[in-house]
Design a protein around this ligand. Structure first.
Ligand code: PLP
Length: 423
C-alpha cells in the first residue's frame, strides 16, 4: 500500500473514555472562564476559581519545609528512582504522622506515597473498577473522582450533601443508591467545595452506614487540619474498626505546596479487611506501573512532617479564618447570591445564585463567563461540581484582592439586577 501525494492517515484520538473523562474536568472549565477575561482590563485578575494560595506571599509555605527540600536536593542522596509505592522512610513518616491521631498504630506497609492526592484518586478508582462495580460520590463534589471513574469504566452514582444541614451527607440517599455492586463511598473532609467540617458524630454515622452496606469509605483528607471554625478536624480512620477506611491526603493544601506533588494512600483499617480483600496488593500492583512521587521530595518528607512549627499552621489558619470571614461578609452584602453555611474549613465556599433577580443571565456558567469578561473575576460555576446555578468561591487569595474581587462581583450583580418594583 502506497501513501502518495494525498496521504491518508489511519489514526485519530477517539478513545471515548478520554472524552467522557474530559467532560468532567474542572480545570478545563475554569480555564474556559479564565479565557473570557479582557486582557485590556488594567485591574488585576481576581482568581477566585481555583484553590492554589501558593502564589500569594501571605500563604508562603513553612521555612522548615523549604529547607528540608533544599537539603534533600543538595545531599545528592535522592537522585535515584523511587521504589514502587514510595521510599520506605517517606512511607513510615506518613504512617507516624497519621497514627498521632488514631486509636491504633499504622505500619509502613499500610501506606503508599503518591504523586499528589490526585494520583491517589487515580489509583483508587482504577483499583476499584472491577466489571459491574459502582462507587458513590458526593454532590457537589471534587470532579477528579468522576473523571477518573469515567476513564477506567467505573460506574459512579451521586449522593447529596445537604446545604440546610451544614452540608452533611444525605445518608438515607446513600442507602437508597447502593446496591450489591456498590464497593465504596467517598467523603471529602474538610470539604471542597462546601467549606464544611464533619463532626465526630456525623463521621460515626457514615461509618455505620458503610458497615451496613458492606462498603469501604474513601476519606479524602487533603485538607486535614484546615479547620478554623468551631468543629475540630477528626480523621475518618478513627472509625476504621467499624468499616474499612482508605485515607488519602498529602501536603499540597496544609503546606500550600501543590507543585511539590506529594500525597499518600493509607489503609486506616485496624481489622485488616482491605488486606484480606487484596485491596493493598492491588494498589501496589498499580504503583508498579505508575509514575512515582519525586524522590527528593520524598526524601525531604520526614523532615517536613516533623520540623514544621506549630506557629506556621496557626498563622495559616488565622489568615484563612479571616479570609473566610471577609468572603462571607461580602456575600451577605450581595443580593443575588446566598450562602447557606459559613465556611469553617478548606479554602472554599458554595453559594447559591438567585437568577430571578438578575436580567439576561441564563445560568451559572453564563454568570461566570460574563463576570470574567466584565470584571476580571474568575469564579467556578457550580455545574462543574454537579450543582447547577451554584457557585464555588475560593477565599485563599490575598485579602486585598479578595475584597476587591468581591466588590466587583457586587457591582456586576447590581448592574445586571432587575429593577426593583419597590423602588
Ligand atoms: C486539591 C485537591 C486534591 C488534589 O490534591 P493534589 O495533592 O494537588 O493532587 C484532591 N482532593 C481534593 C478534595 C482537593 O481539593
Amino acid at each position: 500500500m502506497e501513501n502518495g501525494g494525498d496521504a491518508k492517515w489511519r489514526f485519530g484520538a477517539g478513545n471515548p473514555a478520554v472524552q467522557a473523562s474530559g467532560r468532567q474536568s474542572l480545570r478545563a472549565l475554569v480555564t474556559r472562564v479564565f479565557d473570557c477575561v479582557d486582557r485590556n482590563d488594567p485591574r488585576p485578575v481576581a482568581p477566585l476559581g481555583h484553590g492554589d494560595p501558593s502564589a500569594f506571599a501571605c500563604f508562603r509555605t513553612a521555612a522548615a519545609a523549604e529547607e528540608a527540600v533544599a537539603a534533600a536536593a543538595l545531599s545528592g542522596k535522592h537522585n535515584r528512582y523511587s521504589s514502587a509505592g514510595g521510599v520506605l522512610e517517606a512511607r513510615s513518616a506518613v504512617a507516624a504522622y497519621l497514627s498521632r491521631e488514631l486509636p491504633y498504630e499504622l505500619s509502613t506497609g499500610d501506606v503508599v506515597v503518591t504523586a499528589g492526592c490526585n494520583h491517589a484518586i487515580e489509583i483508587m478508582m482504577a483499583v476499584l473498577a472491577s466489571p459491574g462495580a459502582n462507587v458513590l460520590l458526593p454532590r457537589p463534589g471534587y470532579p477528579m473522582y468522576e473523571s477518573r471513574a469515567a476513564l477506567c469504566g467505573l460506574e459512579f452514582r451521586r449522593f447529596d450533601l445537604l446545604p440546610e444541614k451544614e452540608w452533611e451527607v444525605d445518608l438515607d440517599g446513600v442507602e437508597a443508591l447502593a446496591d450489591e455492586n456498590t464497593v465504596a463511598m467517598v467523603i471529602v473532609n474538610p470539604n471542597n467545595p462546601c467549606g464544611c467540617v464533619y463532626s465526630y458524630d456525623h463521621l460515626a454515622k457514615i461509618a455505620e452506614t458503610a458497615r451496613k452496606l458492606g462498603i469501604m469509605v474513601i476519606s479524602d483528607e487533603v485538607y486535614d487540619h484546615c479547620a478554623f471554625g468551631s468543629k475540630p478536624f477528626v480523621p475518618m480512620g478513627v472509625f476504621g474498626e467499624t468499616a474499612p477506611v482508605v485515607t488519602i491526603g498529602g501536603i499540597s493544601k496544609r503546606w500550600m505546596v501543590p507543585g511539590w506533588r506529594l500525597g499518600w494512600i493509607a489503609a486506616t483499617d485496624p481489622k485488616g479487611v482491605l488486606r484480606d480483600k487484596n485491596v493493598l496488593q492491588s494498589i501496589m500492583s498499580y504503583c508498579a506501573i505508575s509514575v512515582d512521587a519525586v524522590t527528593f521530595v520524598q526524601g525531604a518528607l520526614p523532615q517536613i512532617l516533623a520540623n514544621t512549627e506549630k506557629a506556621f499552621f496557626e498563622k495559616a489558619m488565622e489568615v484563612m479564618r479571616s479570609a473566610a470571614e471577609i468572603c462571607y461578609r461580602k456575600v451577605e452584602g450581595i443580593g443575588c447570591i446566598t450562602c447557606p453555611h459559613k465556611p469553617e474549613g478548606s479554602m472554599f465556599v458554595m453559594v447559591k445564585l438567585d437568577l430571578s433577580c438578575l436580567d439576561g443571565i441564563a445560568d451559572d456558567v453564563d454568570f461566570c463567563t460574563k463576570l470574567a469578561r466584565e470584571e476580571s473575576v474568575v469564579i467556578c460555576p457550580g455545574s462543574g461540581l454537579g450543582m447547577k446555578n451554584w457557585l464555588r468561591i475560593t477565599f485563599a487569595v490575598d485579602p486585598g484582592l479578595l475584597e476587591d474581587g468581591m466588590e466587583r462581583v457586587k457591582s456586576f450583580c447590581q448592574r445586571h439586577g432587575k429593577a426593583k418594583e419597590l423602588k
